[in-house]
Design a protein around this ligand. Structure first.
Ligand code: FRU
Length: 494
């Protein structure tokens, strides 16, 4: 059990020997990833401050350095010119002032006058452990030096809202600055507040965004708003949504609303239904950025709060998803892996086969870290699917029930278990037939893009090291398939 003192111990208080020994424990972990951003030690959570700035993609993330638990949070900083090779910039924002003494919580970035402004939540607690959130600004120059403004720009939650007031998303529009901030009303329902500012220093509360979800969970974390393909998109992570059929199965949800552009004057946002961004087990608090090519890129936290993971015993927890490009089709947010990831491809294997009432593997088609694209044609089997990271006893299974157009990700036999309180399968129904399956498998994760991003399943898995087999099956009928698979090699020594 981690005591409060241990959770709120700062990196700066740890002796070099303690850090060296923690790093050694982390490096001995069989589940370290090869092509995902992961913490050097300790716990990572939300991606923060995503931005393309000064020729680099910048990704910060929430970080507790000294162990695999939620404690005093830092922002850790990574940057990249190509979204695949990441340069480790070390701690970005440290919780070293009174107003952020209990954590530099999540926030976002905005470029202005050649600098990157990082707006985040200062989390402070008093001796009775009461929480005092404020919204704060740190500024990064082109040398990567970050300095904080000495006072919060929004010192406290407005009247009518509780101390759950955090995760500012800042942007520039119509000559002014705007921010949306996740909040909880005093009646304990979640919402998003809109603020405006002429200079990022003084902020005025405009009021709540007017959505048609007045009573949807008890807190909306990590809101993000942007315009894409002539629509307004609001992403957020609501807490307190009941599971319903295949939906909302995780402890907390993250999803989106698509609508007309947000009206900043009336704060009205006319939108369609809330849809989940991901159908897997481990996905939360995503954030987006736009790059010079106008691409809207999303990165999520591949984890969830309050769940014990097998890497904990090695002193670290969680990673980020691969970067995904967003688009809108038929009122749905479509996610596809950014094309830069193709540069990681090694040793291609290609197979064309008909699978009929059997489970079949192919010589040379095995692997622990790989990308695989499967195109399915002439499917008349009642069910079909793929098993991967498999050996004689363990496997992760993606199964398709053709009649119901239902896909099921089953990690009950994946290996070391994660958070079984929330079940071992995740499922969703497709609007069309199953046509393509695109997998990115790392040492301890899988991301599966269905039908070019119509649905995505993201999950951590903790398989055995010799679990390299890949099998395809079709029951009560057959399917034709074309498979392309590439090994993915380590991009750095993280
Ligand atoms: C979401 C979250 C945010 C908060 C941060 C603290 O996972 O709870 O609301 O800012 O994590 O680490």
């Amino acid at each position: 059990m981690w005591t409060r003192e241990q959770r709120y111990r700062r990196l700066e208080e740890a002796a070099p020997e303690e850090i060296a020994s923690l790093l050694e424990t982390v490096h001995a972990c069989p589940f370290r990833q090869t092509f995902h951003i992961q913490p050097p030690m300790g716990l990572m959570n939300d991606p923060n401050g995503l931005a393309y700035f000064d020729g680099y993609y910048h990704v910060f993330y929430q970080w507790f350095p000294l162990g695999p638990v939620h404690g005093v949070k830092y922002w850790y900083h990574m940057k990249s010119i190509d979204l695949i090779t990441w340069i480790d910039e070390g701690p970005g924002i440290r919780p070293d002032l009174d107003f952020d003494s209990h954590g530099a919580y999540s926030g976002s970035a905005l470029e202005q006058d050649g600098k990157l402004y990082l707006m985040y939540t200062g989390n402070k607690r008093d001796e009775n452990w009461r929480r005092y959130p404020s919204q704060c600004i740190a500024v990064m120059n082109q040398n990567g030096e970050i300095s904080k403004w000495q006072d919060p720009v929004i010192p406290e939650p407005p009247n009518g809202y509780t101390e759950h007031f955090r995760d500012p998303r800042v942007w520039k529009e119509d000559g002014g600055f705007w921010a949306i901030i996740g909040a909880q009303r005093e009646d304990l329902t979640g919402t998003v507040l809109l603020y405006s500012s002429p200079d990022m220093k003084t902020w005025r509360l405009e009021g709540e965004l007017k959505t048609n979800l007045p009573n949807f969970g008890y807190m909306w974390e990590c809101p993000d708003y942007f315009e894409l393909d002539n629509s307004g998109v609001l992403i957020f992570s609501p807490q307190g949504i009941e599971a319903k059929g295949d939906e909302f199965q995780n402890i907390y949800q993250s999803g989106y609303l698509i609508g007309e552009s947000l009206n900043l004057l009336s704060r009205e946002f006319h939108h369609g239904a809330f849809k989940e961004l991901d159908r897997g087990f481990d996905f939360y608090a995503p954030q987006t950025m736009v790059d010079p090519n106008g691409r809207r890129i999303l990165i999520g936290w591949m984890g969830l709060p309050e769940i014990v993971y097998p890497t904990d015993k090695n002193g670290w927890a969680h990673c980020l998803t691969i970067p995904r490009e967003l688009s809108i089709q038929n009122g749905k947010l479509i996610q596809t892996p950014v094309k830069e990831l193709e540069a990681l491809r090694k040793q291609k294997v290609e197979i064309q086969a008909c699978i009929e009432n059997e489970s079949k593997s192919f010589l040379g088609l095995t692997g622990t870290t790989f990308e695989m694209k499967i195109k399915i044609e002439n499917l008349d089997a009642v069910e079909c699917g793929i098993e991967f990271r498999a050996n004689n006893t363990k496997k992760t299974v993606l199964k398709y029930e053709a009649k119901r157009k239902r896909l099921i990700l089953d990690r009950s036999l994946s290996g070391e278990s994660v958070g079984i309180d929330y079940g071992t399968i995740r499922a969703c129904s497709l609007e069309s037939e199953l046509l393509t399956v695109h997998l990115f498998v790392d040492v301890s994760s899988v991301e599966i893009f269905i039908n070019d991003g119509e649905e995505v399943f993201t999950a951590r898995i903790f398989p055995e090291e010799d679990g390299q087999d890949i099998r395809f099956f079709a029951n009560h009928g057959s399917m034709d398939m074309t498979v392309e698979k590439w090994a993915i090699s380590r991009y750095n020594g993280q």
